[in-house]
Design a protein around this ligand. Structure first.
Ligand code: PEP
Length: 245
């Protein structure tokens, strides 16, 4: 089976209830593309209630445990209870701001699976690592350490997000994205029974103007979009570009 196509939005720490109008404005999407918005935790439940049919809602992080004394954290089970179907784990802003390790990211992905959520696991090199020629080794190590036992094409999505491309307006070349995605496809196929069918997203400064070019790259099955997912006027054309790819 071919990997499913997914257009995913990460709203980060942006949006209050007034922003729910943006999701209501996302027109019903062409078949064959899954659409996901990951709002701040405060909006997961209201967005899940307001989302047009066919638009999934996800969290941006979860704790590895199902409950307990972890002030400020959210369990995967709680996200599921609030109406989420997915959760992002290992975003570079979490890896940097909260010093999350690959092992912690893997534990969070396992928690997502336990709760019945799809884990969107993020990997990506820094600019210094790319300049040092370490990109493929870094991605291979992050995949090996962050994708847990039990991952399947149905419960896991991988997002390649070069740290230097996130929120900067800079994107890698087509060749650079193709190289990393081919390596990820191979590594996942080697390790997991259905790894060749896993959805692989590119993330980092995707916008309406570059989406079609990115979606034409081999082994790119969609995008994880930050800034351009906040407005339906930007995200809608990105979803349409994926449907047309
Ligand atoms: C992200 O944070 O996952 C991201 C890709 O952000 P942006 O699209 O704004 O670069």
């Amino acid at each position: 089976m071919a990997p499913r196509k997914l257009a995913a939005g990460n709203w980060k720490m942006n949006g209050t209830r007034a922003a729910l109008a943006e999701i209501a404005a996302l027109a019903p999407q062409a078949g064959g593309v899954d659409v996901l918005i990951c709002p701040p935790a405060t909006l997961v439940a209201p967005m899940a209630e307001a989302a047009p049919k066919g638009i999934a809602v996800g969290g941006q992080d979860c704790h590895a445990e199902a409950s307990g004394a972890h002030t400020g954290d959210i369990a995967a089970e709680q996200l599921r209870d609030a109406g989420a179907s997915h959760v992002i784990v290992g975003h570079s802003e979490r890896r940097t701001d909260h010093a999350e390790t690959d092992a912690q990211v893997a534990a969070k992905a396992t928690a997502a699976h336990r709760a019945g959520l799809v884990a969107v696991i993020c990997v990506g090199e820094t600019e210094a690592q790319r300049d040092a020629g370490e990109t493929l080794a870094v991605i291979a190590a992050q995949l090996a350490g962050s994708v847990p036992e039990g991952a399947t094409a149905a419960n896991t999505v991988i997002a390649y997000e070069p740290v230097w491309a996130i929120g900067t307006g800079r994107t890698p070349t087509v060749e650079q994205i193709a190289e990393v995605h081919a390596a990820m496809r191979q590594a996942l196929a080697n390790r997991l029974a259905d790894g060749a069918e896993m959805t692989l997203l590119y993330g980092g400064s995707v916008k309406p103007g570059n989406a079609a070019e990115i979606f034409a790259i081999a082994n790119v099955d969609g995008a994880l979009v930050g800034g351009a997912s906040l407005k339906a006027a930007d995200f809608g054309p990105i979803v349409a570009a994926l449907a047309a790819a």
